[in-house]
Design a protein around this ligand. Structure first.
Ligand code: ZN
Length: 282
């Protein structure tokens, strides 16, 4: 396991799955060892040689966490609006269309009910493959609805974060989602709900500054970068050398910011165990 900057799996994976020959070798971006692509997939996209955790999208994440065939998607088809008529290099609606065509989803979140080792949960996964998992009005609304349904149905809530933060293109509307999701979580907490927050590489900005750090239990994957501003910005601001592994999961565990670092292969067991501890293992 190294602490170096990571690259998404999609960056090194050829775009057309069907065109990939069986048994193709790949070089791990972390340890540089040659590994079989299929072996990487059966290892949940974790390098079998060094344990490096590659980034995975929401679709794959649900496949890894939910009991097979149990996931029932909710709150789909919500579409982002562009009230600010925002334009950076591209107009926001054009950027959205391209992301929607690339990922086949309307925005950067996937939510639904499922079983995890037989425990019924509300599962929400941010999708890094869609505009870096950024939180705009749709992501905030889906998360809030998921929290409210988990409150009404007394379900444990699991949110897997992986996000660049609030979505710049929706400006203030994105920032409002921080308050909205946090308020919904406060009501969930008042109702005795269990919220397990799973942080993956990277979890940053307004997502870290709102729901991601409000878990009753906060678990991070090994090596995940978790913070508000990134290390480079902090280093430039305070003009000091940052300690080794700064803002990585293991560092945050030592600092007391998170409760556990759990390898991807143990996440299902960890979640099931926590549900049982909280008396929510229905
Ligand atoms: Zn490796």
């Amino acid at each position: 396991m190294t602490q170096t900057a990571s690259r998404t799996w999609s960056e090194i994976r050829p775009a057309r799955r069907s065109a990939i020959p069986e048994g193709l070798w790949l070089r791990c971006t972390s340890c540089s060892k040659m590994i079989y692509r299929r072996q990487l997939e059966t290892h949940l996209h974790v390098c079998p040689e060094c344990g490096f955790h590659y980034r995975v999208g929401a679709e794959e994440r649900v496949r890894q966490l939910a009991d097979e065939g149990s996931f029932q998607a909710l709150f789909e088809g919500l579409l982002p609006a562009d009230p600010l008529k925002f334009r950076d290099l591209k107009a926001y609606p054009d950027r959205l269309k391209a992301e929607q065509a690339k990922t086949g989803r309307s925005d950067a979140v996937k939510a639904g009910t499922c079983f995890i080792k037989g425990r019924s949960v509300m599962l929400v996964c941010l999708d890094l493959t869609f505009m870096m998992g950024s939180m705009g009005s749709v992501v905030g609304e889906v998360i809030t609805r998921a929290i409210e349904k988990a409150t009404a149905d007394n379900l444990p809530l699991v949110i897997v974060s992986g996000s660049g933060g609030a979505r710049m293109q929706e400006a203030g509307l994105s920032l409002m989602q921080m308050a909205k999701t946090s308020a919904a979580l406060a009501r969930f907490d008042d109702a005795g709900g269990l919220f397990i927050s799973v942080l993956t590489d990277p979890t940053t900005g307004g997502v870290t500054a709102s729901f991601a750090m409000l878990g009753d239990v906060i678990i991070a994957e090994p090596g995940a970068l978790v913070g508000f501003a990134g290390p480079r910005v902090i280093q430039q601001t305070i003009r000091q050398e940052l300690p080794e592994g700064f803002q990585r999961a293991e560092f945050l565990l030592r600092s007391g910011l998170i409760d556990a670092v759990a390898p991807r292969a143990s996440l299902r067991s960890e979640i099931a165990r926590l549900c049982d501890y909280a008396g929510k293992g229905m």
